[in-house]
Write a protein that binds this ligand. Structure first.
Ligand code: OAD
Length: 282
């Protein structure tokens, strides 16, 4: 496969491998691009991006939900239907293999609300016949691994928009049994409307995940940004924070960002680059 990659990419892969061989603390930030090869649309792609087809402010804000809860709820139900049968691709799997190998201290931070990193880790563990720390079966709505730090929430979780109580009625169900009904649901506690547990525009990031992400970025030796346009803050600021603290920055993206502080750009799809990189590291 290496023979098929361009000379520039091969050269940059070599440099990235060398830097990683001399480092132990790694912070990885993933965005929608890592799930693109699993068939999940990104947000800002010119043809297929979700935000090219819909206005973010109509669908991903508390104001939008207040204005038109049916519209927002049905859009998230549609996204759940779109994502429910998607599987991790070779980028998620390579990353899980790297984490499992224990060669580096890796903090994995994601802006994605899907659970493909969790699925990949589960796949990696079961393929090695190792016991899982996670007692919940794969495909379950609560299939969340505490070592994947989600900055923008979880597509498969819901909570009350008023009292914030988690709505867990469907949590024990496998995704294949979920009813993607667009009918609104009310909280059993306060009768408020149930909403997806996603961080919408204008809302704060979950404190725990953000603290872990900030610390990992500030203390890492190498920061790897995979499949993100780096346009949405505060997540986009993590790479800068890492750089200010002396880390090397590696970016994996077929359409590299304009960020001038990136040290090594691997300009190819994550599903192609990650297995090559991980094969070389391990
Ligand atoms: P974007 O849609 O902004 O960016 C996706 C990036 O992935 C782009 O830079 C693409 O070039 C790149 N890409 C596409 N295919 C790829 C592949 N196969 N391998 C690697 N990279 C690929 O998505 P995010 O940066 O994740 O927030 O967007 C950040 C946030 O904006 C999202 O979390 C979401 C959105 O509004 C919320 O919903 C709160």
């Amino acid at each position: 496969m290496l023979a098929e990659t361009s000379a520039k990419l091969t050269d940059n892969l070599q440099q990235a491998t060398q830097i990683l061989a001399q480092s132990s603390q790694i912070c990885i930030l993933t965005g929608a691009g890592i799930s693109a090869e699993s068939g999940i649309p990104t947000f800002r792609d010119k043809q297929t991006g979700l935000w090219e087809q819909y206005r973010a402010e109509d669908l991903a804000s508390a104001e939008a939900f207040e204005r038109d809860p049916e519209l927002v709820w049905s859009w998230y139900q549609w996204r759940r239907q779109l994502v429910h049968d998607k599987a991790p691709n070779s980028a998620h799997l390579a990353l899980a293999r790297w984490q499992q190998a224990g060669s580096h201290k890796i903090t994995l931070v994601t802006q994605n609300v899907d659970d493909l990193h969790e699925q990949a880790k589960h796949h990696e563990r079961t393929s090695r016949h190792e016991p899982s720390n996670d007692s919940k079966p794969l495909g379950n709505l609560n299939n969340i691994d505490s070592t994947v730090h989600h900055l923008h929430g979880h597509l498969w979780r819901n909570r009350c928009s008023q009292c914030h109580k988690p709505y867990t009625e469907q949590s024990a169900q496998p995704k294949s049994d979920i009813d993607f009904d667009t009918k609104l649901i009310h909280c059993s506690e306060c009768d408020g409307l149930i909403r997806p547990d996603i961080v919408w525009f204008g809302e704060s990031l979950p404190v725990d995940s953000w603290q872990i992400a900030e610390q990992a970025a500030a203390n890492c030796e190498v920061f790897i940004s995979i499949g993100t346009s780096s346009l949405v803050y505060p997540a986009a600021g993590l790479a800068q924070l890492a750089k200010q603290n002396g880390a090397k920055i590696i970016e994996i993206n077929p359409n590299p960002t304009a960020n001038s502080f990136v040290d090594i750009t691997l300009a190819a799809k994550a599903g192609e680059v990650m297995p090559l990189l991980v094969d070389r590291i391990l």
